[in-house]
Each structure stands twice: as C-alpha cells, then as structure tokens.
Unconditional design. Structure first.
Length: 159
C-alpha cells in the first residue's frame, strides 16, 4: 500500500527562526489580539509576507451564524491578494490564543484553509512556507501547503 510522507522543521522556540520568519510569526501573534471571537474565545492571527517585503495580517472573525465567519488564514491571504494582486507570496505565519490563555504549541489550519492556501500556491506558482506557533514554545515550519493537503483539488481538476 502506498504511503504519504513529508518533511517539516521543528524548532524549540522562535529564536531558531530566520529573520523573515521570526518577523512574520510575531506579526501573526500580534494579530490574535484583534480577533473577533465572542463565541469560541479562540483567537487566531495570520500574517502573509509578500515578495516585495510587505506584511499583511488577518484574524478570525466569528459570526452567530457559524458558517458565515472567516478564518484568519483566509482573511490575511484574501487581503494580501486584494492589495497586491500582481505580487507573489513569500510565506504565511499562523498563531492563536485559546480561551485558557495557554498557547505553547502549534495549531494547524482547518481543511477549508488548507484548500485555500493550496490554491494560493497554484496562483503563486511557488511554494508558500507555513510557520505555525502559539504565543510561545515549539514552532513548526512546513515548506508547502501541499504537504498539509495531499491529493488536493485544484483548477486543473476542472478542465
């Protein structure tokens, strides 16, 4: 039976990150403060670094009609693409703060966001590294969204 494997980088804390990745994770961590999460209390922040060096942030916005809300990753990516439609995406960072206040390990994107990031990679025609971390503690860096969504559905499947 075939198996699926991928490689990722794990860091004990943010001190081991490159300058760009550290800056981006810090922006994502800060974005959690603006999240609108009155129902779950689970605040998520995301930050997108464009190839031109611009950093665009986003955060989750909940709604009483739960499916109407938007995740931080999609909010940040949609904003980045809207503001810089011709610019490529260099990296994406995601952080969170749960109601308990304990945020020391990475949280991964939901399935809908994985699909959205995968499509952004197709549009970008390049991998988008994803930096995942809480407000402190362990950091995981994944080189491409395709690793989080094997057998993804994309534009080529519509042909």
């Amino acid at each position: 039976m075939p198996t699926y494997q991928f490689t990722y980088h794990e860091h004990v804390n943010d001190k081991a990150l490159s300058g760009d990745h550290f800056h981006l994770l810090t922006a994502a961590r800060n974005a959690t403060e603006s999240a609108y999460a009155p129902y779950s209390g689970f605040r998520v922040g995301a930050a997108v670094m464009m190839n031109n060096g611009e950093v665009i942030t986003g955060f989750n916005i909940e709604n009483a009609s739960y499916p109407v809300g938007i995740c931080a990753e999609r909010a940040a990516l949609a904003s980045a693409i809207s503001q810089f439609p011709e610019e490529g995406i260099r990296a994406l960072a995601i952080s969170y703060m749960p109601p308990s206040g304990e945020s020391s390990k990475p949280a991964f994107p939901c399935g809908m966001c994985r699909q959205f990031i995968s499509e952004c990679e197709d549009r970008n025609q390049a991998k988008i590294p994803i930096i995942l971390g809480g407000q402190q503690g362990k950091i995981i860096v994944i080189e491409t969204a395709k690793d989080l969504l094997p057998f993804s559905f994309g534009g080529k499947d519509l042909a």
